[in-house]
Design a protein around this ligand. Structure first.
Ligand code: HEM
Length: 468
């Protein structure tokens, strides 16, 4: 080799070695220093108002990958489609950010199950959420929305009437959840009792999230335990009924898979409640936001109504072929999930050291997926706070990476209920929009409140006028 060639090869090797060395050892993830040794950046998090708002500020300042301290634990957060892609094959979820819900959903919940246990459960449970299975739930979706529509029509005294949107969507979503997950085994009074118990448990979790923990033996603690036992008794009652039925592929429900697969009663009750929690607030709030946006955008509502009239008939049950034809309806729901930032974050971890976006991450470090930051990224969604379903037209989708829009999470541990939620929303929106012209009562100020799920700051009042 001549001298010059040797020199070039030498420089090249030195460059490669330096690059590997720097990447693996020295490349520091940008991010926040802890404010104090014990509290880390928890004070900053509290000041931001929610984890989502904190992550918006964090990524704005430090870029697509950034670190912060949750107490004494360093956490890495990512917000770019490319890094979401790198995480697609990771299954395990860290406890840290979701541990507060443990008293409600139980330590055996799927939410906390990793490795072979978690993967095995998901493999079994996902059968009840496949496209084929969810198509079988269309009867329940239609029945539940028709019930709500009948109720709304009874409340109407001719002309235009006002209704509490969030309350109605909560009633609808819980009924759908219970009917489909557990089979149609409960009368309305039992569902109402379950709803009341559930509300006590949920608001107790809210208090704890706000730092208000009950004293052991206090009335607050006792009320929570009584309500939780009531919710569990409801599930035990369902199990008793289902065990006496002959279960076929046609009538099999999530609860039947739990009965067959769960090693013990605690796990069965935990996972039954986990799926109710996972499916209830998410779908109720997605529908409340959906109708809020539809009511506030008459051009969107007109276009949607025209499509629904063309494909869904006037009174027919809404079936899979109609849903598949309603392309704009899907765009409206996708834009609802994006614009409302419905579920703002997820998380993963790996036991071993990895490289993520070229940065070294020590094994065991929780990695937050800042889904909400990505959903509002102006690079992919210009004027991100504007509600514009055309962002999801077939032509516009092609112009951005698919992982920029991940409202149900990323990869192997994506939300098991994503098909369920899409189908339920399609039926509910199509049935409501073909029946009513929907408007907003004037003078309301509705803001998003970002928790685990983003909900409206107050009840949304809508006006309804029957279409002819
Ligand atoms: C619009 C509606 C919904 C949204 C936006 C949503 C969003 C999410 C997200 C972001 C996750 C975390 C995924 C991850 O870690 O990457 C999740 C998990 C989960 N969701 Fe949903 N979800 C919705 C509806 C549902 C429904 C209808 C059900 C059940 C009937 C459900 C049950 C669950 C469960 C059980 C988990 C935890 C799964 C596990 O630990 O493996 N969700 N959801």
């Amino acid at each position: 080799m001549n001298f010059y060639l040797q020199l070039i090869v030498g420089f090249f090797l030195a460059y490669v070695i330096k690059k590997i060395f720097l990447t693996k050892k020295d490349k520091q993830i940008p991010g926040m220093e802890p404010r104090s040794k014990d509290m880390g950046n928890l004070e900053d998090l509290g000041r931001a108002g929610s984890l989502h708002q904190f992550l918006v500020g964090l990524h704005d300042k430090y870029g697509k990958i950034a670190s912060f301290w949750f107490g004494t634990q360093q956490i890495v957060s990512i917000s770019s489609p490319e890094m979401f892609k790198e995480q697609q094959s990771v299954f395990d979820r860290p406890l840290l950010l979701f541990q507060l819900f443990e008293p409600f959903i139980g330590p055996n919940s799927l939410q906390y199950a990793n490795k072979d246990d978690g993967k095995g459960r998901r493999k079994e449970y996902d059968r009840s959420m496949s496209h084929k299975a969810v198509t079988r739930y269309l009867g329940e979706f239609n029945a539940a929305v028709n019930e709500i529509i009948d109720m709304l029509c009874k409340d109407m005294e001719g002309g235009i009437s006002e209704h509490a949107l969030c309350t109605h969507m909560a009633t609808f979503a819980l009924k759908v959840d219970l009917m489909t997950l557990f089979g149609n085994v409960s009368d309305d009074s039992k569902i109402t009792e379950f709803h009341n118990n559930y509300n006590v448990c949920w608001s107790e979790m809210g208090s704890r999230l706000g730092g208000k923990f009950p004293e052991p033996g206090s009335e607050q603690e006792e009320n929570f335990q009584t309500a939780l036992n009531g919710a569990k008794d409801f599930v035990k009652g369902v199990v008793e009924i289902r065990e006496k039925l002959e279960i076929t592929e046609e009538n099999e429900r999530f609860i039947d898979i739990l009965i067959r697969h769960c090693a013990d009663e605690d796990t069965l009750l935990s996972d039954a409640i986990t799926y109710v929690v996972g499916g209830f607030h998410t779908t109720a709030n997605s529908l409340a936001w959906g109708f809020y946006f539809i009511a506030g955008n008459s051009a969107v509502q007109d276009k949607l109504h025209a499509e629904i009239s063309e494909h869904c008939g006037k009174h027919d049950s809404i079936g899979i072929s109609s849903i598949n034809k309603c392309v704009y309806l899907k765009q409206v729901f996708d834009e609802t999930l994006r614009c409302s930032v419905l579920a703002p974050f997820a998380a993963r971890y790996l036991d071993e050291d990895i490289l993520l976006g070229g940065y070294p991450i020590p094994g065991g470090t929780p990695i937050v997926h800042a889904l909400g930051v990505s959903l509002q990224n102006p690079e992919y969604f210009p004027e991100p706070s504007k509600f514009d379903p055309d962002r999801f037209s077939p032509e516009n989708i092609k112009n951005r990476p698919s992982t920029a829009f991940q409202p149900f999470g990323v990869g192997k541990r994506i939300c098991p209920g994503h098909r369920f939620a899409n189908m339920e929303a399609a039926v509910c929106i199509a049935a409501m929009v073909r029946k009513f012209e929907i408007g907003l009562v004037d003078g309301q100020k509705i803001e998003p409140v970002h928790g685990l799920v983003t909900h409206p700051s107050a009840e949304i009042m809508i006006t309804l006028k029957q279409r002819h």
